[in-house]
Every structure is written in structure tokens, then in C-alpha cells.
Design a protein around this ligand. Structure first.
Ligand code: FE
Length: 130
């Protein structure tokens, strides 16, 4: 994990504009626009804000949504969830537990045994190729 920036100015230095919009402003990249929704090679997906491991390719699946989708985080404690009542919906927001960055949302319609779909912005992630 990298040091966590102390203030907004440091975050703006570390992140590019779309990374900043997603991670620090809770933004959402347009569907099918990111670099990782159609990536299916092995790899470890890290937080683009602090580099902590968040997701693994073994848990990634093609949801058809246009965003990287996972059945679970790499470790339960890697992410936190928060009720999000914006845009007239009640959703569960997913954040990086280490730096608090917004990652995406989790929905109860996933294909795995836990029935969850972690719908994550490509801009919130960086990949270690394996
Ligand atoms: Fe983070």
C-alpha cells in the first residue's frame, strides 16, 4: 500500500482526472468506456488510489454491464459498503477500506454462491499482470 494523501491537493497530484472523479468524487465512468471491463487475463486488481489489493481475476466475470464485475473482493476486509440513496435509488456503495476511495456498487444479482455482483469502475483499479 502507498501512503494515503493528506489532502485534496495531494490526491489531485496522484490521480488523473477520471481516477479523481471516480475515487474522490464518487463518479461513474460511462459503461463500456473503461480499460478493464473486457479484460479476462489473470491478474491482481489494485486500488488506483493506494495500490492495496482489492480484487482478483479468478473472481471476475462478464456481467454484460460494461464495467468490471466481480463475485467477491480479494479479502472481505478490503472493501467497505455504504448505503447510497443518490439518483433516486437505494444502492450499496463500495469503497476501498484503506483509502476510502469510491470504487462502485455491489448488487444482489451476481452468479456466485454469495449472489453478489461487485460493479467496479475501471478508473478505480490498476492491474498487476500475472
Ligand atoms: Fe485505496
Amino acid at each position: 500500500m502507498q501512503d494515503i494523501p493528506r489532502d485534496d491537493a495531494e490526491w489531485r497530484t496522484r490521480l488523473n482526472p477520471i481516477q479523481y472523479h471516480v475515487l474522490r468524487e464518487g463518479g461513474t465512468e460511462p459503461a463500456f468506456s473503461g480499460a478493464l471491463w473486457d479484460r479476462h487475463d489473470p491478474g491482481v486488481y489494485r486500488c488506483a488510489g493506494c495500490a492495496v489489493e482489492l480484487f482478483r481475476s479468478d473472481d471476475k466475470f462478464d456481467s454484460g454491464s460494461g464495467w468490471p464485475s466481480f463475485v467477491s473482493p480479494a479479502e472481505v476486509a478490503a472493501v467497505t459498503t455504504h448505503e447510497d440513496r443518490s439518483h433516486g435509488m437505494v444502492r450499496a456503495e463500495v469503497r476501498c477500506a484503506a483509502c476510502g476511495g469510491h470504487l462502485g456498487h455491489v448488487f444482489p444479482d451476481g452468479p456466485g454462491p454469495e449472489g453478489l455482483r461487485y460493479c467496479i469502475n475501471s478508473a478505480a483499479l490498476e492491474v498487476d499482470e500475472e
